[in-house]
Design a protein around this ligand. Structure first.
Ligand code: ADP
Ligand code: MG
Length: 347
């Protein structure tokens, strides 16, 4: 019998596509925090219940949206951030650009966005709800300037997906790690994280990286951090390398404390992470990892940020050159602070 090829109904297509963007509560938090940062917020508060499986709320004091913008924001492939592919090639000033996060989140949860523009274009706020992909009408709402996005019952309408969420503690660990990554990358933004009504951390937003490390990781880690010296960065594809790495004695059994950023974008690029680890020359056990908050800058034409909607990967034209440069810069910092044992002379 010949196989029958059917066209999927739009609801199914939508939910499958949403799964590409939204994997778990932490991916929702990542998208919402990126939107707040793109909206020029100086304060971002993330509040979750039950690890984010019950509810996620991200509020900011950014530029906000008027009624028309709210209505557009939840549609698919709608963005205020790029016009066409040339804008991508030219290098992005924003974290978002695909215009699919809010749409995808709305397809697999109960989403409410309340917003009021920062400029004087509206004298009150407005609110829109999306429930499992059904978009409601925009309603007036009293609210402060900025935006609050609430996501409840993630995957309530995709039982197969909901079932695969981990225990609340694990989901929260992911939420914590992504919120931390954005807090560290933005010392000039006051970022706070709340779980079940309890504050987990809050940064001051005073613009100092070391103070931000202290706010999120505490004193022991903050005191173990060593600054990368820009003058010790060798020539190579990267224009600049900066940030902090921990003394080898301060390490953890998880890679999540390696926060690495390419042109301000939080990434998990192996070329970057492995280059940092390499610099420690085996002085940390192979199942332990240092703390790092490492920023690298590269000509946008030499890196592809458009690899996958969810995975925080980038691709470098010269990954080998990038590795060598980072390893050398981190090594120089560790050596300067007595963090590296001198290697045994050869021969
Ligand atoms: P993208 O970020 O790729 O543009 P999103 O679906 O995340 O796509 O958001 C769609 C649009 O909604 C954004 O381009 C922006 O104009 C608007 N938006 C989303 N979140 C906020 C926010 N917190 N403050 C102001 N505008 C926002
Ligand atoms: Mg976005």
């Amino acid at each position: 019998m010949p196989q029958e090829i059917r066209e999927l109904d739009p609801t199914t297509v939508e939910r499958i596509a949403a799964g590409e963007v939204v994997e778990r509560p932490a991916s929702v938090v990542k998208e919402l925090v990126e939107n707040s940062l793109d909206a020029d917020a100086s304060r971002v508060r993330v509040a979750v219940e039950s690890g984010g499986t019950e509810s996620i709320r991200v509020s900011d004091d950014g530029i906000g949206m008027d009624e028309q913008a709210l209505e557009r924001a939840v549609r698919q492939h709608t963005t205020s951030k790029i016009r066409d592919i040339d804008d991508l090639e030219a290098g992005l000033a924003t974290l978002g650009f695909r215009g699919e996060a809010l749409h995808a989140i709305g397809a697999v949860s109960r989403l409410t966005i309340t917003s009021r523009p920062r400029d004087d274009s509206a004298d009150r706020g407005a609110k829109i709800t999306v429930e499992g992909g059904d978009v409601g009408t925009v309603q007036p709402a009293g609210c402060p300037v900025g935006t609050t996005v609430e996501v409840e019952d993630l995957f309530y309408n995709v039982p197969a997906r909901r079932k695969y969420l981990a225990q609340e503690a694990t989901e929260f660990a992911h939420v914590n790690s992504v919120t931390t990554a954005y807090a560290l990358a933005n010392p000039d933004v006051a970022v706070a994280l709340e779980h079940g009504g309890r504050e987990v951390f809050a940064t001051t937003g005073r613009g100092d990286l070391e103070e931000t490390v202290l706010d999120v990781y505490g004193r022991e880690v903050a005191e173990a951090m060593i600054e990368i010296d820009g003058a010790a960065v060798p020539e190579g594809p990267l224009e600049d390398i900066s940030g902090l790495v921990s003394h080898p004695e301060t390490n953890r059994a998880s890679r999540e404390y390696l926060s690495t950023y390419v042109n301000g974008r939080f990434v998990t690029a192996d070329a970057v992470r492995e280059a940092v680890i390499e610099a420690y020359g085996g002085q940390i056990a192979s199942d332990r990892y240092p703390f790092a908050v490492l920023f690298v800058e590269v000509d946008p034409s030499l890196v592809d940020v458009n690899v996958h909607p969810r995975k925080m990967e980038v691709r470098f034209a010269d990954a080998e050159g990038v590795r060598e440069q980072i390893t050398a810069a981190v090594e120089a910092a560790l050596r300067r602070e007595g963090g590296l044992r001198t290697r045994a002379p050869r021969g």
